[in-house]
Design a protein around this ligand. Sequence first.
Ligand SMILES: NC(=O)c1ccc[n+]([C@@H]2O[C@H](COP(=O)([O-])OP(=O)(O)OC[C@H]3O[C@@H](n4cnc5c(N)ncnc54)[C@H](OP(=O)(O)O)[C@@H]3O)[C@@H](O)[C@H]2O)c1
Length: 180
Amino acid sequence: MTRYRYYTAASLDGFLADEHDSLAWLFVQEQDDPAHHDTFMTGIGATVMGATTYGWLVDHLADTGEPWPYEIPCFVFTHRTWEPLAESVRFVSGTPGGHRSAIEVAAAGRDVWVVGGGGLAADLADAGMLDEAEVSIAPVTLGSGRPLLPGRFDLRLRAAERNGAFLVATYDVLGRPTTW
Ligand SMILES: NC(=O)c1ccc[n+]([C@@H]2O[C@H](COP(=O)([O-])OP(=O)(O)OC[C@H]3O[C@@H](n4cnc5c(N)ncnc54)[C@H](OP(=O)(O)O)[C@@H]3O)[C@@H](O)[C@H]2O)c1
């Protein structure tokens, strides 16, 4: 069964990026398992992301001259009109649940990487489309920025390990709390 996996890095105080969408604080961190991402990707059949994240990637690839990195289908949630960077990129809008079957058909039995941002991840969780969150927590605080998962959610810690400077914490997403 396809699982929706929010796989991301965040600051210790729960931000994906600073208020200018900068990840400079992230790229200076050391990893001792650089293959961690490649290992994760072997189980992934499709990706889902929001427009700000896609825009960041568009700018980053333009700066570096690198090609679009993924052959698997990518669903970008947006109200805007974009030039797709690859044939595998699809632009969608509306509730995540309305795209669930298309996303799962595209994933072809493998899992879905929820890339971010946090608002989209929260909307997916509310639609029952967020099974786990694997967060590489960097040893920095940002004070403000783009939140990891806005709103109140209940999660259960399933695993914790170290990757260089990062604490890699994997949680099952349980949903909205009912007792607190
Ligand atoms: N630390 C990490 O590993 C990591 C991972 C992922 C992202 N990031 C960064 O974190 C930041 C995330 O930014 P963000 O939280 O603002 O979020 P985002 O999810 O990337 O983008 C939010 C935007 O997506 C569009 N959108 C979201 N849901 C939609 C829906 N249901 N229908 C149509 N459009 C929808 C809207 O844009 P429009 O209405 O303008 O189209 C919305 O303003 C970015 O800077 C990104 O680069 C970091």
